[in-house]
Design a protein around this ligand. Structure first.
Ligand code: C2E
Ligand code: CA
Ligand code: CA
Length: 292
């Protein structure tokens, strides 16, 4: 029990003490069960890509999808990526997990109309791997997927460390045509310096700002300044987290955005996405016949 209490104290930082509490033990057991389940999940291929629509807000046209990881657990419990991604990172499984997902996503997206992009999320831990860019390019070649249709969403926190390495990798990916998007902008310690630290192609305004833009004058002011920042730097903007018509109308006043949110639907499975694209005549002809 003392050991568990010590572990608990260490996790919270240096120079502190903690009394043992039975809840700590339960927490620890739960956590190690989750770790084991994630390892099994990767081995059994339980992680699948879902797709969330990205829309050109001014025309309403579909521009592509963001891939979001989902876990089809053996017992049907729902565990979201905000839980399993950080754990997979801590136990050193994120590279493998992400590779499985990207491979599936490229395979799915090959069938979509060639005007539709695929955006994928890349965490800071993945960017610490010096082989990341090479591995990603290899996956693109294997899937015969045009790099110009791929967008990498990177959050600001990924740029806090290893900027030199990240810049080298991003440059070689950009040379192949891959686009780089700054995700969750406006949520953390957003800074102008950060915006100029990498050759970004687009800024994604964090959903916490977008969702409150009609209620909070502060959010509105921040959105307004991000938009003029984007204008000044020649960076197009995506607004994520659009849930209502009111928010959409407000965002449209700011400029010609790309947008994403539950207003346009929830993230969907590969099959649901494919069925929807087929109905919209947005599946590639040759591939469409090959799937019949
Ligand atoms: P994110 O990149 O900011 O993704 C957007 C999240 O907001 C998604 O949650 C999406 O389902 C949700 N969302 C989209 N529209 C709306 C809306 O209108 N309202 C609300 N309330 N939410 C909306 P999700 O799928 O749970 O993903 C959470 C986070 O997990 C993502 O945040 C991303 O950081 C991470 N993640 C997901 N898939 C992957 C992955 O394959 N690799 C890595 N490294 N991270 C991933
Ligand atoms: Ca994202
Ligand atoms: Ca976000």
């Amino acid at each position: 029990n003392a050991d568990i209490a010590m572990y608990h104290a260490k996790k919270r930082g240096r120079n502190r003490l903690c009394w043992f509490d039975p809840a700590m033990e339960a927490q620890l057991r739960q956590r190690s069960e989750l770790e084991a389940a994630i390892r099994r999940g990767v081995t059994n291929d339980e992680f699948v890509p879902f797709y969330h629509k990205q829309i050109d807000l001014s025309t309403g046209a579909l521009t592509g999808f963001e891939m979001l990881a989902r876990w089809e657990t053996a017992d049907g419990t729902a565990v979201g990526p905000d839980i399993f991604v950080p754990i997979a990172e801590e136990i050193g499984l994120i590279d493998l997990l992400s590779e499985q997902l990207i491979r599936k996503a490229l395979h799915d997206a090959r069938r979509w109309n060639h005007r539709l992009n695929l955006a994928i999320n890349i965490s800071s831990v993945q960017l610490r791997n010096p082989w990341f860019a090479q591995k990603l390019l290899k996956l693109l070649v294997e899937a015969n997927f045009p790099p110009s249709r791929l967008e990498l969403e990177i959050t600001e926190s990924a740029l806090l460390e290893n900027l030199g390495l990240v810049r080298t990798m991003v440059t070689s990916l950009k040379n192949q045509g891959v686009k780089i998007v700054l995700d969750d902008f406006g949520a953390g310690h957003s800074s102008l310096a950060r915006l100029r630290s990498l050759p970004f192609d687009r800024i994604k305004i964090d959903s916490s700002l977008v969702a409150t833009v009609t209620e909070s004058t502060e959010s509105e002011a921040i959105v307004r300044s991000i938009v003029s920042l984007g204008d000044g730097l020649g960076l197009p903007v995506t607004a994520e987290g659009i849930e209502t018509r009111e928010v959409l109308a407000r965002m449209l006043e700011f400029g010609p955005f790309r947008g994403q949110g539950y207003l346009y639907g929830q993230p969907q499975s590969a099959e649901q996405t494919q069925a929807e694209l087929r109905a919209l005549h947005l599946l590639q002809g040759a591939d469409e016949t090959s799937t019949l």
